[in-house]
Design a protein around this ligand. Structure first.
Ligand code: B12
Ligand code: SF4
Length: 702
């Protein structure tokens, strides 16, 4: 008889006093005594009763692992930004199985969801879960991407050492094994430790897999790559309210309406895992789940995670269903989606998208250099049409977010700067996300580099599009990463953000503004890609990558205190910049914009700005806009000292900024006697009032 805890040993051969030699679990000694008492033909009835009372509880742990940071700590945030669709997907499939009682009646199944980017995974508790509860525990490491694979492997080994049943799936293993004839060493190591590797999608096989896991008959590997499921009537990703509470916006859900992409970009893994043939869900199913999520969880905003919604053959039916939900049922649902550069040419696509509630599209633009696009197999991207593409969406009040890759073969530091200027000034998207080119296992780039024997960094933890993992002919000695960060800083400069908010439609003002806040905070304060980031980084002293030492308590906590201080300072800087952006852009009329420009000209003397100077700025603006109302000096006095009272007359905090810079300068130069102490309390009060006003408006829009 094999050990009920899946250690793989035959207990007839193990002396009873030792229990299970691999797991060293005391309760197995009892199991062994039974084996000893009934050495050959154990009564069936005894076995069944024993099995029932031992395995009446099934703990199913669905864990989405995180990544290690450069210091080896697990990356976790107090609040996340984007919930995991893979978790929701597998939760939905499991709920469906339980409703249909596919796992049988005898199981009391408890499903635990952990997203390590926002949850501390209680590794020890999970390891004990099978030991004391007389239960069976199955751990599924889900949606594991390449940069999460090292962390996922460490978790898998820890759970296996405790004798739990462990499965791993997601894009890393699926992509890696899709193109390579042999099993790579690190995946083989997992399989040798008893971890089951699952390639491909499981919509049609999840129930069978769980039954195999329950009955201890899992195979080392399952390959579903060649039998891609038809998604039409498959269970829709299930959104749980308690999970969403860990995210900045708890009304934000994810849903994949379809999978696959017909194009052939060489850096992309999607086509080799989910295929080039499009599969899609039924519009009625999607609509029903949107209604239910609205009723039960208050979800009003979705990220449709399809890689290319424009090529989803069911797009029109899905849009029509959403239009009906919005107009007839008055459910105020909105969404963002990913599309290709040709999508604007599809008849009615853009207008219907807006009517259906789309407010943001993510477009795989990748580069503005035709040579680079050709090298990446991105034949569909025509640089000459980029401007029209952005305009087509903007005309329908949909803001455009472009993905931009740095490190294509023809990129140099200078060409990247030139291209970025072109992107900002000519193409003019509303948002941009920058990525360092990396050969992801499962992409043709990776396969070709492997065949050519080119160097690729062996540590998958770094494959997060933010590290240099290959060698570039023109971007050397860290200049690749430097240029990458420069691109973020240039695009999200105060000037460009101001320009975007001014030219964008008022309908999308807060949508654009909040995204800027999220992006600035991620890049400037956290130093992480916004799509892998949340708000306020958390760390666990002992959750460190093997090979990194556990730092003594005192050293760790003093270091942490310094980090938190630097972090909070960073956040204050970001908030101050965003406050300035808000003050300068929240005024809709052209006349008021002119006032802001006139005020900006006074920048040199902000620290000694008089009410009369402020009024003169209004008067100069009035020369161009005669209908402009010029506030009285009394009004401006109050606006200057009490922003809460006359909030709409405050156009900038540049004078405050100048005041604090001045004080700091004098402090640093040790000219303490020249610090105007009497002005400090009043300016502090003004600053606090303005910040309160700003935060109030931001929180109202969240
Ligand atoms: C939405 C999305 C995001 C979102 C949300 C992520 C999320 N987890 O939902 C955001 C924007 C945050 C994001 C960020 C990033 N992403 Co992303 N993302 C996607 C996208 C478009 C959809 C994900 C999805 O929902 N798929 C649908 C689910 C259901 O599919 P699935 O995860 O494969 O799961 C199925 C099977 O694999 C299987 N399965 C999965 N796990 C398990 C476990 C077990 C035990 C079993 C049995 C089965 C199983 O069952 C599922 C149902 O069939 C995918 C592309 C894609 N088409 O999947 C890229 C993708 C996953 N992302 C990718 C990358 C590179 C990133 C970033 C590194 C980019 C960046 N720098 O920002 C970051 C990393 C963020 C992070 N730390 O997770 C790559 C990953 C490739 C790789 N090998 O690592 C992909 C494949 C896109 C690509 N360019 O190739 N991403
Ligand atoms: S268009 Fe996007 S999803 Fe399609 S192959 Fe290219 S990168 Fe992949």
């Amino acid at each position: 008889m094999l050990c009920g805890k899946d250690c793989g040993k035959d207990h007839r051969k193990v002396p009873a006093v030792l229990g299970c030699p691999r797991l060293n679990l005391p309760h197995l000694m009892f199991y062994d005594r039974i084996n000893a008492a009934f050495p050959q033909n154990r009564p069936q009835v005894f076995q069944t009763a024993f099995a029932r009372c031992r395995m009446n509880r099934l703990n199913l742990y669905l864990i989405k692992p995180s990544q290690y940071d450069d210091d080896g700590y697990v990356v976790r945030h107090w609040r996340g930004v984007l919930p995991s669709n893979t978790l929701a997907c597998l939760a939905g499939l499991t709920e469906d199985l339980l409703e249909q009682k596919r796992l049988g009646d005898s199981w009391d199944v408890k499903v635990h969801l952990f997203d390590e980017t926002v949850d501390k995974v209680p590794v020890k508790r999970i390891c004990r879960s099978q030991r004391w509860n007389r239960a069976k525990s199955i751990v599924c490491l889900v949606g594991v991407q390449t940069n999460q694979f090292p962390r996922a492997s460490d978790l898998a080994h820890a759970f296996r050492r405790a004798g739990l049943t462990v499965l791993i799936g997601g894009f890393h293993v699926s992509g890696y094994l899709a193109l390579l004839p042999d099993i790579p060493q690190d995946i083989q190591k997992l399989m040798d430790a008893g971890v089951t590797v699952v390639k491909g999608e499981v919509e049609e096989t999840w129930g069978d897999l769980l039954l195999d896991a329950i009955h201890g008959r899992l195979k080392p590997m399952y390959d579903f790559l060649n039998s891609k499921p038809d998604l039409y009537t498959k269970p829709i990703p299930a959104i749980r309210k308690e999970y969403l509470r860990k995210f900045a916006a708890s009304n934000f859900g994810t849903l994949d309406c379809g999978r696959g992409c017909p194009f052939e970009c060489t850096f992309c893994t999607i086509i080799n895992v989910q295929g080039r043939k499009m599969r899609f869900r039924s519009a009625d199913y999607i609509a029903e789940s949107i209604r239910r999520n609205y009723r039960e969880n208050g979800i009003t905003f979705y990220f449709f995670t399809d890689d290319n919604f424009a090529r989803n053959k069911n797009w029109e039916a899905i849009f029509d269903a959403l239009i009906k939900i919005r107009t007839e049922e008055k459910i105020p649902v909105e969404f963002m989606m990913q599309v290709d550069v040709l999508s604007w040419k599809i008849k009615n696509f853009v207008t219907k998208a807006r009517q259906a509630g789309c407010i943001n599209v993510f477009i795989g633009m990748e580069s503005v250099d035709p040579g680079n696009l050709a090298a990446a197999g991105k034949k569909q991207n025509q640089v000459s049409e980029y401007r029209q593409l952005i305009q087509a969406y903007r005309d329908s009040d949909i803001s455009c977010h472009v993905g931009y890759i740095i490190g294509f073969p023809f990129d140099t530091v200078n060409s990247i700067r030139r291209d970025l200027k072109f992107l900002i000034e000519e193409v003019r998207p509303d948002h941009a996300s920058f990525f360092i080119l990396m050969p992801l296992p499962g992409s043709m780039d990776h396969l070709h580099m492997l065949h050519r024997g080119e160097w690729m960094h062996p540590d998958f933890n770094l494959y997060d599009s933010q590290h240099e993992v290959t060698r570039h002919p023109y971007l050397k000695d860290g200049s690749w990463k430097e240029t990458y960060f420069e691109a973020w800083r240039t695009f999200y400069s105060l000037e460009n953000m101001k320009e975007i908010l001014r030219r964008g439609s008022r309908v999308n003002y807060w949508n654009n503004f909040l995204r800027f806040l999220w992006y600035k905070n991620s890049i400037q304060t956290e130093g992480r890609h916004p799509m892998m980031c949340g708000y306020f980084r958390l760390k666990g002293r002992t959750s460190r990558r093997p090979g990194f030492p556990i730092v003594p308590r005192w050293e760790y906590y003093t270091g942490r205190a310094r980090e938190i201080y630097a972090h909070l300072r960073g956040m204050v800087h970001v908030l101050a910049e965003m406050e300035e952006l808000w003050l300068q852009t929240r005024h809709p009329t052209e006349a008021e914009q002119r006032v802001v420009e006139e005020l900006a000209k006074l920048r040199g003397k902000y620290d000694q700005l008089k009410v009369a100077d402020l009024q003169s700025a209004f008067l100069r603006a009035k020369e161009h806009f005669p209908s402009l109302h010029v506030p009285s000096k009394v009004q401006l006095f109050w606006a200057k000292w009490s922003p809460l009272l006359v909030q709409n007359k405050v156009y900038t905090r540049a004078d405050l900024h100048a005041f604090w810079t001045n004080i700091r300068q004098r402090w640093d130069d040790r000219h303490w006697f020249r610090i105007p102490l009497h002005k400090v309390p009043l300016n502090l009060l003004r600053d606090l009032q303005l910040s309160a006003l700003f935060l109030f408006h931001v929180s109202r829009e969240l």
